[in-house]
Design a protein around this ligand. Structure first.
Ligand SMILES: Nc1ncnc2c1ncn2[C@@H]1O[C@H](COP(=O)(O)OP(=O)(O)OP(=O)(O)O)[C@@H](O)[C@H]1O
Ligand SMILES: O=C(O)c1ccc[n+]([C@@H]2O[C@H](COP(=O)([O-])O)[C@@H](O)[C@H]2O)c1
Length: 225
């Protein structure tokens, strides 16, 4: 059986139930040998920058995934790099480390697929890894709603989870069943609003992330002011 590594990259500012559900879904679909979580160092498309520091984002990831079906390795290489975070660079490194035969599956939500053609050297990504893309409320997975260049690139690559698991790169599995309407943007806003959130229609932070992560945020005074 092919050695399979599922990889979830993200800003995780902070990690929330949507991230854990996305990773869990693909662990169940792919049965990977390894799950890696890769916090971005300098996610260049997030123009406003990140609010929490790298050490806090890593600490929160460890807490959020402590009960996961497969205990992930938190891979900090993108944080240690002092240049903007380009996935193509990370996947080149990983391919060199894992060898030509490993199945690498980069996981993402539908919002990222919608703008995949804005990623640096995006067409090279398919030579390096497979992709597992999950539905996300507010974003379409259907080809008719994707940028035409992305839809064209995807069409011949669509595959079942079993095919992706046994393929080293170039295949894409779409998972339509995820429906977690949570974003870190909304979560940061709820945390900043604090007690005021109780008096509004806003969802409470406790509904959006793991209790141990919320405790960490409160103990370390993150997302205040
Ligand atoms: N609710 C969700 N459902 C499906 N995928 C998600 C969800 N939230 C995040 N993801 C995916 O997880 C990865 C990392 O996301 P990220 O850390 O940027 O969180 P975010 O909630 O999108 O953050 P922000 O609101 O700050 O943009 C991305 O591939 C993103 O598509
Ligand atoms: O390589 C790129 O140009 C690129 C552009 C946008 C996003 N990404 C990656 O996609 C993942 C999710 O990004 P984000 O912004 O939703 O946290 C994370 O691993 C980013 O490094 C990568």
């Amino acid at each position: 059986m092919t050695h399979c590594v599922a990889l979830l990259g993200g800003s995780f500012d902070p990690v929330h139930h949507g991230h854990v559900a996305l990773a869990d879904l693909f662990v169940h679909l792919l049965h990977p040998d390894e799950l890696r979580i890769m916090p971005a160092g300098q996610p260049w498309q997030k123009k406003a920058g990140l609010e929490a520091g790298a050490a806090d984002r890593v600490a929160m990831l460890k807490l959020a995934f402590e009960d996961a079906a497969i205990k992930p390795r938190i891979d900090t290489r993108e944080i240690e790099r002092d240049t903007p975070t380009y996935t193509v660079e990370t996947l080149r490194e990983l391919r060199a480390e894992l060898g030509p035969d490993a199945s690498i599956v980069f996981l993402m939500g539908a919002d990222q697929l919608q703008k995949l053609d804005s990623w640096v050297d995006w067409q090279d990504l398919f030579g390096l890894a497979n992709f597992g893309v999950a539905a996300r409320p507010g974003y379409e997975l259907d080809a008719a709603f994707l940028p035409p260049a992305v839809a064209r690139e995807l069409a011949p690559r669509l595959a079942t989870p079993e095919e992706v698991r046994e393929s080293k790169a170039g295949r894409v599995c779409l998972a339509h069943t995820l429906a977690v309407d949570i974003s870190a943007t909304e979560l940061r806003a709820a945390l900043h609003a604090g007690a005021a959130a109780d008096a509004t229609e806003r969802k409470k932070p406790g509904a959006l992330l793991a209790p141990q992560v919320l405790d960490y945020i409160q103990q370390h005074n993150l997302y205040k002011s």
